[in-house]
Design a binder for this molecule. Structure first.
Ligand SMILES: [Zn+2]
Length: 418
């Protein structure tokens, strides 16, 4: 380490040249290009000490200066780190530099390992990128850690951005799908439902038992009256199926299996399941699922343009609409909406809970595997659904004076329509 005080502007011993003549010469390249003006003088650092003519803003602690820090600039000059101010100049060979970080890494402190009392410091972190500095022990590891932190932060930002974009995308798709579905004419849904009922009849799946069907329709009547206006026209069918099952088809068709009607001891249980299935249709879940399966490009196209092409899409997806299970979100919405229909119809909504408990027990029974009943399908979290509904019951303000429904005795006529 060397420290010297400048004695005169002409001194060349300080490691820099102060020469007023250079500045005053017309067209001085150093002045014009580098602009190294300092008051009326031009200060030129000998031998192009630093790539940046301005160096790094720095401070210096030195035994000769007492406890005060001296402000100046720091330069990396070849194999030396220099501190310069108007009155003081210090150089430390890079080879004997010790580096520390203070103030949470914001201040870089350089000292001479051979004379630790001389300390230069800067807040300008860009000095660490200088070739001679970044290879110093202690600097490389800090830069590595900072780079890793930065990379991690960037990755996290990117991941968060992707999640946000996906969420916004799915939200936009969902809103567009709803808007598109709202434009689908009811007659189209009726056609799809009617075609599926026809297929079930052809397969001999439906009972030709008008009395039982009338009983079912009469039982469902108070519930149907609680549905939104324009959604109160439903046709009932009984499927000849020992497995408990119930589903509603687009266009206002409800199919309930003999197995389910026999399993339900109380009419509220039947109405609970019906409320859930009707909610799937009033919320047009089948249509929304069909659109979702068609993909975002089709949804966007239908949203922007007209209904052209939607007919083909729905015809192609009608199987999907009718017999595929619903997503967890749709199931939850159907439970919540159905529950509200029951409450609005003054029907004890606990029937929905009891029906689910029975369905769960049936699902778990050995040797019995459901074929594809909607009432069970894609309801793997039946326990969760029951818990959710039980908490709904706890929150319900009115817990008595529900409709007094007489149990129905089912005697099915074992003939099928075709
Ligand atoms: Zn469902």
């Amino acid at each position: 380490m060397r420290s010297r005080r400048p004695r005169s502007p002409e001194s060349r011993q300080l490691g820099y040249l102060v020469n007023e003549e250079i500045c005053r010469a017309p067209g001085c390249v150093a002045c014009r290009v580098f602009g190294w003006h300092s008051g009326s003088r031009t200060v030129r650092i000998r031998g192009s000490l630093n790539r940046s003519p301005h160096g790094f803003e720095a401070g210096l602690f030195h035994p000769e200066l007492g406890n005060e820090a001296l402000g100046g600039r720091m330069f990396v000059a070849g194999i030396q780190l220099q501190f310069q101010s108007e009155a003081f100049s210090v150089e430390i060979p890079v080879a004997s530099l010790a580096v520390e970080f203070e103030d949470g890494g914001k201040v870089v402190v350089f000292s001479d390992a051979r004379n630790p009392e001389v300390r230069m410091f800067t807040r300008d972190q860009s000095i660490l990128r200088h070739l001679a500095i970044r290879s110093l022990p202690g600097v490389a590891s800090v830069l590595g850690r900072r780079e890793a932190t930065r990379a991690l932060r960037l990755t996290l930002y990117f991941a968060a951005g992707c999640v946000l974009a996906l969420w916004l995308g799915s939200l936009a798709m969902s809103l567009m799908a709803r808007a598109v579905v709202a434009r689908i004419p009811m007659e189209w849904e009726q056609k799809i439902g009617a075609r599926e009922i026809e297929k079930l009849q052809k397969h001999g799946s439906l009972l030709d038992d008008p009395n039982s069907v009338a009983q079912l329709a009469a039982l469902a009547s108070p519930l149907i009256q609680a549905l939104p206006a324009g959604r109160r026209d439903w046709k009932f069918y009984i499927a000849n199926d020992r497995a408990p099952n119930a589903f509603a088809l687009p266009g206002g068709y409800v199919v309930v299996s003999t197995g389910f009607l026999e399993m339900a001891d109380q009419p509220e249980e039947i109405l609970g399941v019906l409320a859930h299935e009707l909610a799937h249709q009033t919320k047009r879940h089948a249509m929304r699922r069909c659109l979702a399966a068609a993909g975002p490009v089709v949804i966007f196209g239908l949203f922007i343009h007209s209904n052209s092409g939607m007919g083909n899409l729905l015809a192609a997806g009608s199987g999907l609409m009718v017999y595929e299970g619903f997503s967890k979100d749709y199931e939850m919405e159907a439970d919540a909406t159905g529950w509200n229909y029951l409450v609005a119809a003054n029907i004890d909504p606990r029937g929905m809970i009891r029906a689910l408990q029975k369905l769960e027990a049936w699902e778990g029974a050995p040797g019995l595997r459901p074929l594809a009943p909607e009432a069970f399908q894609s309801h793997p979290a039946t326990e969760k659904r029951i818990a959710r509904l039980e908490s709904q019951w706890k929150k319900l303000g009115r817990k008595s004076d529900f409709l007094d429904l007489a149990p129905v005795k089912w005697t099915f006529k074992e003939t099928v329509t075709n």
